[in-house]
Design a protein around this ligand. Sequence first.
Ligand SMILES: [Zn+2]
Length: 251
Amino acid sequence: MDWYGHTFAFKVRVDVEHVEAQRYIGDFRMTKVSVINLLDLLDEISVKLSFCVLGITAEFYPNLIAEVIEAGHEVYGHSMYHEPALAERPLTEQRHEMRRMREAIKNAGGIDVRGVGIPHHGMADENTLRAIAEVGIEYVESRFQAKNSVLPKWRSIDGTNLKVIVPGDQSRGASDYTDRRPYWAQVHEETFSPTNAKTKWMANIDWAKENGRMAQLVIHPWMLMVNPGEVKVIKDLLIYARDQGAWMATV
Ligand SMILES: [Zn+2]
């Protein structure tokens, strides 16, 4: 498996969503502060990542999104509003969200997003895929994955001639976490622990290297503001992946 001249890949997705900062830490402004700090950190270690941006955040902080793009990172969509989850809503509503998201990000950063990361752990349905394809987006990260495939694949959408690209199901992923979201306790059963997080996430990178696959990590700027030690963990991890020879995957 050749990952653009590397033997394995590491993909970090940064969810830029000020409404979630408001909900869990009571201050939407923390998203902006955190993203700016993160841009500095990434510049210092010369790593480019993928930023998954809510349309409403792009509308609220257009300059911030423009700065992310200017710094050479990839920007793609994370729906318009984040709430409510997309799955099971009518096609027209979902399509409206996708169109608004695309416009908001274009107005902020001047780009047409080509991908979207579906919120709520990828809660999408067939109408989500259709809405995405109908507004001209090609790639979608959600619960839909290409079976037994390392690479992304085209997937047909039921009842249409449309297709979207979905990721393969052979990578390993993780997300940062915090006890500000108590219902995540089922998965993590702990407050954020920098030591445990680093151990788990590094093991995913080692696994990807051993098997020629991709490891993924989703991080949330608002969590970087409240999780002691997470910024340092992310920095160490990115340097580690790069030194191990990872291709820093983008969408
Ligand atoms: Zn999100």
